[in-house]
Design a protein around this ligand. Structure first.
Ligand code: IPE
Ligand code: IPE
Ligand code: MG
Length: 246
């Protein structure tokens, strides 16, 4: 097997996080600082996605979840919302072949209903094309809300109970977890939110129960491979207890 590259000698390759989740925040402020339009901030942010995907692929981190558009982001102007979805399609067309060549699987987390038709079609194409890839799962959270995800899971469980497929007393944490959008992913080990904002904004409420949180000041368009390595180094310094004593 090909030796995994150590991007940063400080990283202990035996204790890599199995799931990194990122709230990619700060595109607007980046644009403001560079006297550009907000859309240009999002363009710069989209270009930066490549760096974290490459870093995870090179290190051997198996799952990367990226918060791209929340159920609350519909509150933004129509111009900005349209620009974000247009950018996503552009990104897919530009990057998908290389993603596929690198044995990366694209996953989706969110509500399909409400997604613009073109965005949904492009996304479906990526999911289908890469479905058998195994080196890294990149999960795009789009039209995603942690509460919406839990509500959707509860609804599907209730439907099964109403149909007599399960009994209410069988409902437990394992069953709820099995009805999340991507049930086969491990829980989040490391959750990063860029731009210095210290809130979760409805991201992976269930999966991040015991995640280590990191809030680097760096704005998302400036977040590069080295920033990700720094985050992993910091993660490895933390003592994770999971409620017990170590
Ligand atoms: C994050 O950047 C991108 C999305 C939410 C889609 P923002 O647009 O939230 O940037 P700030 O927070 O205004 O700087
Ligand atoms: C969270 O960022 C959503 C994404 C990065 C996609 P926001 O910028 O929308 O969050 P708030 O509004 O500051 O909480
Ligand atoms: Mg923001």
């Amino acid at each position: 097997m090909k030796e995994r590259r150590t991007l940063d000698p400080r990283i202990d390759m035996q204790r890599l996080p199995r799931h990194i989740a990122i709230v990619m925040d700060g595109n607007g402020r980046w644009a403001e600082r560079h006297h550009k339009r907000r859309v240009e901030g999002h363009e710069a942010g989209a270009r930066g996605v490549r760096a974290v995907i490459e870093a995870c692929r090179e290190l051997g981190v198996p799952v990367l979840s990226l918060y791209a558009f929340s159920t609350e982001n519909w509150r933004r102007s129509k111009t900005e919302v349209n620009a974000l979805f247009r950018l996503m399609s552009k990104y897919i067309h530009r990057e998908i072949d290389e993603i596929h060549e690198n044995n990366i699987r694209v996953r989706f987390m969110g509500r399909w209903e409400g997604l613009p038709r073109k965005a949904a079609d492009d996304l479906r194409y990526c999911l289908e094309l890469t479905r058998n890839n195994t080196a890294l799962d990149v999960c795009v959270a789009l039209n995603y809300g942690g509460r919406a995800e839990l509500a959707d899971a509860a609804r599907r469980i209730a439907e099964k109970a109403a149909a007599g497929e399960i009994r209410p007393d069988e409902v437990d944490e394992t069953m709820l977890a099995a009805h999340l959008y991507v049930p086969d992913h491990p829980e989040v080990d490391l959750l990063i939110r860029t731009s210095g904002e210290m809130r979760i904004s409805n991201f992976m409420l269930w999966q991040a129960s015991y995640a280590e949180f990191l809030f680097p000041e760096t704005l998302w368009p400036d977040f590069d491979k080295q920033c990700l390595c720094d985050a992993i180094v910091e993660y490895q310094r933390r003592a994770r207890r999971f409620g017990g004593r170590t």
